[in-house]
Design a protein around this ligand. Structure first.
Ligand code: GDP
Ligand code: MG
Length: 140
């Protein structure tokens, strides 16, 4: 299995509760390595652009409002099968449906305030990483 990279966001519900370190524990325990990380206050334009794929969904405005409600931590994670592995560690979108031991089951507040974002495919990961990081900000 080749080493792969994925893109992660620790969302405002987690920064607000000061549990970014707790989230990181799940990531590192899964064998994923943080190779880039920064804390940001997203602008409305950045959040709308990042979630453009959801722009016609009924929850889009709420989602953008939530994502700019406080700081986020954006990360590049590296490891074997990183995209699928991080989705597994995150758990289902709705914490009520997430498996035991996942970030969302253990830490998330709601289907919207669900603590983390992770890319859904290797191609998306490349685009999402490039949306937030320059090549020289990633140190593997
Ligand atoms: P993900 O890939 O598991 O993060 O889920 P999606 O790509 O389907 O949705 C993106 C984000 O939109 C989710 O992580 C949630 O924060 C939010 N979201 C998804 N579905 C809903 C919903 O039904 N209601 C609300 N308010 N937010 C949602
Ligand atoms: Mg998604």
């Amino acid at each position: 299995m080749a080493i792969e990279r994925t893109f992660s966001i620790i969302k405002p519900d987690a920064t607000r509760r000061n549990i970014t370190g707790k989230v990181l524990t799940y990531i590192e325990a899964a064998g994923l390595r943080v190779v880039a990380q920064k804390r940001l206050q997203l602008t409305k334009e950045q959040a709308e652009g990042f979630y453009a794929v959801h722009k016609d969904r009924p929850f889009f405005n709420d989602l953008v409002g939530f994502m700019i409600s406080g700081p986020v931590v954006v990360q590049v994670l590296e490891g074997e099968n990183a995209v699928a592995k991080y989705r597994e560690v995150m758990g289902a979108t709705n914490p009520a449906n997430a498996a035991e031991g996942t970030i969302r089951k253990d830490l998330a507040e709601s289907i919207e305030a669900n603590s983390v974002h992770g890319s859904d495919a290797p191609e998306t990961a490349k685009e999402e990483i490039a949306y937030f990081f320059k090549d020289d900000e990633i140190v593997g």
